[in-house]
Each structure stands twice: as C-alpha cells, then as structure tokens.
Design a protein around this ligand. Structure first.
Ligand SMILES: [Fe+2]
Length: 322
C-alpha cells in the first residue's frame, strides 16, 4: 500500500466521523456540566462508522507487517533509514492530532511493538477506540462503587473489565465515565495504531486530568471494611501515581483527509414550535450542536440555549434525521 489516501475533504470517512461527532456530543459550555454520556443509539452510530475506517482512510498504510515507522505519516525518508537501524525500544509512540474542540477530539496513537501506554483514566469521558491495524493487549478496570479503600494504603478497589489481546480488524470499543473499562492500559503486541474519539477531551480547567496508576492483585491488601468479591482474580487495587510518568511519545503529522469544520446553520425556528417535530429532528444551536431523540434531552438543550442567549426565543437549526 502506498503512503495513504489522498485528501478528500468533503467525502472522507474522517469527515463523516467529524460530522457525526459534532451532531452527537454537546459542548460542555452549552449543556449540563459535566456532560452526560450520549444516548446508546448515538454511540452505536459512531462505533459503526469507526468500524469501517481503514488505515488508508486516515492517511496511514497498514503497518502490521513491521515497525518501519513509515506508516505513521510522520517520518521523512532519512529518518526512516535511521529509525530502522535504531533499537526497537527507542521508537516512540506517535500521536497524530486530527481534530479537537471542547466537546470532542479525534486522534490516532501509533505504537511500535512492545510500546506501553500505562494504566490511566478518562474522568467524566466517553471514549471510542478503533484498532486500525496491528495487535494490542488491553487491560481495563472500572472503579467499584461505592468506593472501597484498603485498610493500610491509599489504594482503591476496581473491577477488571477486560484483559484481552485485540487484533485488527475488530470492533470499536467504548468506555464510559463509570463503565466499559474507564481505566485502561495498552501494550502493543505487534505494531499498531488506534483511532480514538474522546468526548469530552481532557481539560485541566474542567477537572478532566489524566491520572496514571499502578494496579496490584486483590490479595496484596486487605479492605478497610468488609468486602466480599465473587472472584478475586476479577479485582485489583489501584494506586494513583503522583510522580511524573515518562512516556516516550511525540506528536506526528496527520496526513489524512483534512476535516472541514461545519459552519453554523442559519435556518431559524421559533422555540416551542413543535415538540413532536423536534423529537424527530436533530437540533442545532449556533454553538456546537446536539443530537437527540429524547424529549428530556431536548429540554436540556433548550435550557442551555436559553441560558446562553438569555432569551425565550433563539435561533437554531434543524436537520431531518435520515
Ligand atoms: Fe486512554
């Protein structure tokens, strides 16, 4: 395969992914904070679209046959020759930035063989991950609720969600703020690339900070209060790492189709025109859009818009659901 697909701004799958994310994920500034996870139907739609995305769709070649580095769309030929001579351990993880706003981000992590992204969390976030090529070991946990602390150490109990090797092609995985494996680590078994959608992205001022952790077997500590578990192997004690964590990661150049950011709609409808109509429509505000098919969510949208525009009427736009 050559160096990737030519840019097709309007018709690319990346553009379709951006458009769908834009319709799905509300901006934290125009919705309740922190934003609630999107409806399951919307997540399924994004997952289905991501399932169809190939390395070529994002400007990568299928690099599953080796660690040449050329698949990252980052290295020039001189660097590639040098990298080929270098030890494999020296190769960095490469992050390719595709798009980011305050509602969501799209990016790609390219991992050489044996690279590790340590155990970390996604506080308040929904994350969709699609392995584009290669193979990786994924280990993930969710916090046990209510919180269970160990009696003699600052560690919290978590339940194992996944401990599997995933090999492309495989379905998109989804994690939520409190389920689906919100804490996870990646270890590449073979050179791989992962397309990630984060909604919302990390934001320090909003309290969405990435924390790294160590995990210990359940037998390592005793609980501060009575806690029985169905299978000790399915639980672990998780300890936040307070010192800086070094990850050999660097930004790369995304060479796939450029995302064309959607302009605001200009079609106007009066508020309260038709709830039954609105229920079946995608509703957009002059700010980042919201997709919903639930009256309750629409009311939340209206409240947010009222707050934003300080008016009982506001300009928004609607698009028929296909
Ligand atoms: Fe992650």
């Amino acid at each position: 395969m050559a160096w990737g697909a030519p840019a097709r701004a309007q018709s690319s799958r990346v553009q379709a992914l951006y458009d769908l994310c834009r319709r799905t994920f509300p901006s934290p500034s125009s919705a309740a904070s922190p934003p609630a996870p999107p409806p399951a139907s919307a997540v399924r739609a994004i997952s289905s679209l991501m399932d169809t995305i190939s390395p070529a769709d994002v400007g990568l070649r299928d690099d599953s046959l080796g660690d040449g580095g050329g698949g990252h769309g980052f290295f020039d030929s001189t660097f590639v020759k040098g990298a080929a001579r270098a030890s494999r351990w020296a190769q960095p993880i490469t992050y390719l930035h595709v798009y980011e706003c305050d509602a969501f981000s799209i990016g790609i992590f390219c991992l050489p063989t044996s690279a590790v992204i340590p155990l970390h969390d996604h506080p308040g976030m929904t994350v969709l991950s699609k392995i584009l090529y290669g193979s990786m070991h994924v280990k993930s946990y969710d916090w046990v609720e209510p919180t269970v602390l160990a009696s003699n150490r600052q560690v919290k109990l978590a339940k194992l969600h996944a401990d599997d090797v995933l090999t492309a092609p495989c379905p998109t995985t989804v994690l939520y703020p409190q389920s689906g494996g919100n804490l996870h680590s990646f270890t590449s078994v073979a050179s791989c690339a992962v397309l990630d959608v984060l909604a919302p992205p990390y934001a320090e001022d909003a309290g969405r900070i990435c924390t790294y952790f160590n995990d210990y077997p359940f037998s390592s500590f005793s609980s501060g209060r009575a806690k029985t578990v169905d299978s000790p192997d399915n639980y672990a004690w998780i300890e936040a790492i307070n010192s800086p964590v070094y990850i050999n990661m660097r930004p790369g150049m995304y060479t796939g189709p450029t995302v064309q950011v959607s302009p605001n709609f200009t079609c106007c409808i009066p508020l309260y025109q038709s709830w039954s109509l609105l229920k079946k429509m995608r509703l957009r505000f002059p700010g980042p859009p919201i997709i919903t098919d639930e009256p309750r969510s629409i009311k939340q949208c209206v409240r947010a818009a009222r707050h934003q525009y300080s008016s009982s009427k506001f300009q928004c736009s609607v698009v028929d659901v296909p």
